[in-house]
Design a protein around this ligand. Structure first.
Ligand SMILES: Nc1ncnc2c1ncn2[C@@H]1O[C@H](COP(=O)(O)OP(=O)(O)OP(=O)(O)O)[C@@H](O)[C@H]1O
Ligand SMILES: [Mg+2]
Length: 231
C-alpha cells in the first residue's frame, strides 16, 4: 500500500535521510524504531509531503506521491498524528474532533464511534484542549486523525512521555484499530509498545534503515536491540 524506495531528505544543506526503504501492506501495523535523532520524524514528514525526497520514490497505491503537497497527501487517506500532538488548546474536545470533519462522504468514523473507542474523551467532551492531561491530548490527537477516515494512520511516538497505564490504553486502541483492518505506520522508541502492536519492524540509525524484520526476528537480535535501541 505504501512503499518508500531509496528516499533521501535534507533540511537545507543537512543530509538527514540516506536512502530509506520501507513498506506497509494493507491492514498491516509496521513500526519504525530508533533512538533520538535517528530520522524517524523526518521520514514521516517526508511521507506526508512536508519534505521532498531528493532523490527517492514514495509509492502509495501504485502512484508516486513524492511531489504532492501535504494537503493533497492527506486527502489520499493519510491520517497523521504528529509528535507534538497539535490539538487546538482553545477548542473543546468535541470541536477538536469536528473541525476537520468532511461532510458528505460515507463516514466510517463518527463522534459517537470515537467516544466509544475513547470513553475518557467522552467524559471530557466539553473541556478545552489545554485542560486535558498529556494522555488525553494524545488520544484526542489520534481521535482527530480518525475523523478523516484514513486508510493509513501515521503515528509519531504516541506513547512518548506518558505513564505506563496510559500507554496500555493507547496500545489497546491501536490493537482495536488494527482489528478493524486499518494500516498503521507507528514511530516508536519504546520496544514494548512496538512489539505489542506491530507485525513488522524497521530500525533506523543516522538516517538509514539498519534492520527490517518480524517481531520474533527483532526480539531475537541482541545486536540490534543493544546497538540501536538501548535495550
Ligand atoms: N528542522 C530541522 N533542521 C535541521 N535539522 C533538523 C531539523 N529537524 C531535525 N533535524 C535533525 O535531523 C536529524 C533527525 O531528526 P528527527 O527529528 O527525524 O529524529 P527522530 O528519530 O524523530 O528523533 P526523536 O526520537 O528525538 O523524535 C537529527 O539529527 C536532527 O537534529
Ligand atoms: Mg521524532
Amino acid at each position: 500500500m505504501l512503499m518508500l524506495e531509496n528516499v533521501h531528505a535534507y533540511y537545507g544543506d543537512s543530509h538527514i535521510l540516506h536512502g530509506v526503504s520501507l513498506s506497509v501492506q494493507e491492514g498491516e501495523v509496521v513500526c519504525l524504531l530508533g533512538r533520538n535523532g535517528a530520522g524517524k520524524t523526518t521520514t514521516i514528514l517526508t511521507i506526508m509531503g512536508y519534505l521532498k525526497p531528493q532523490p527517492g520514490r514514495i509509492i502509495y497505491q501504485d502512484r508516486d506521491i513524492a511531489s504532492l503537497p501535504p494537503y493533497r497527501v492527506a486527502r489520499l487517506g493519510f491520517g497523521f498524528v504528529p509528535q507534538e500532538r497539535g490539538i487546538f488548546p482553545s477548542l473543546t474536545v468535541a470541536e477538536n474532533l469536528t473541525v476537520f470533519a468532511r461532510a458528505g462522504a460515507q463516514r466510517r468514523w463518527t463522534v459517537e464511534r470515537i467516544f466509544a473507542l475513547f470513553p475518557s474523551l467522552k467524559a471530557r467532551a466539553g473541556n478545552l484542549g489545554f485542560q486535558l492531561s498529556g494522555g488525553e491530548q494524545q488520544m484526542l490527537s489520534i481521535a482527530r486523525a480518525l475523523m478523516l477516515n484514513p486508510k493509513l494512520l501515521l503515528l509519531d511516538e504516541p506513547s512518548e512521555g506518558l505513564a505506563p497505564m496510559i500507554v496500555r490504553e493507547i496500545i489497546d486502541v491501536l490493537r482495536r484499530l488494527k482489528q478493524e483492518g486499518l494500516a498503521i505506520l507507528l514511530v516508536e522508541q519504546n520496544l514494548h509498545t512496538a512489539l505489542a502492536v506491530a507485525d513488522r519492524h524497521h530500525v533506523m540509525n543516522k538516517g538509514e534503515i539498519c534492520f527490517s524484520g518480524t517481531s520474533a526476528e527483532l526480539e531475537g537480535n541482541d545486536t540490534v536491540l543493544r546497538t540501536y535501541l538501548s535495550v
